[in-house]
Design a protein. Sequence first.
Length: 176
Amino acid sequence: MIKKTLLALSILSLSGVALAEEPSKYYVEAAYGAIRYDEPGAYATPGVGTLRFGVNFDKNLSAEFMVGTTITNATAYVGFTPVTIKYDSIYGAYLKAKTEVAPNFDLYARLGFVHASISASVPGATFSAGGSDLSYGIGAQFGFSPTVYGLVDYMSYYSKDGITAKGPSIGLGLKF
């Protein structure tokens, strides 16, 4: 009876170690970025907040859904006319490949598809446009604890017809 109890406790303790080494299945990331909107003759860099919801397939590959919007508008000038530019909505889906290069330090690359709606306002008028494109970027994340990590990245969200939207962001992630 004592041998069976010790065997059962040993198996349970080993399974606990195995479970502890499994990557967390889900995560959420909140980030703030400076996404520069650039087109011939004008550019601006609104501050954008994004949320990413992800699911890990294994320790090196995950899928993410992202939503975002402008937190701080940016002003560009066309001649002497101020133009306020903001991202009304941004959403996309990504695959994220990552690799651990040191304990609690991962490098990653994202590849996906994004749709963005942007508006530009001048005194008395507002103009809106939207578009979809391939999106990609690279980044790094550092674990502060088993469930909380910080991240920095640089993403290209849009690049078509002479218009680009790209820039860095910094954020926090939570594994659960």
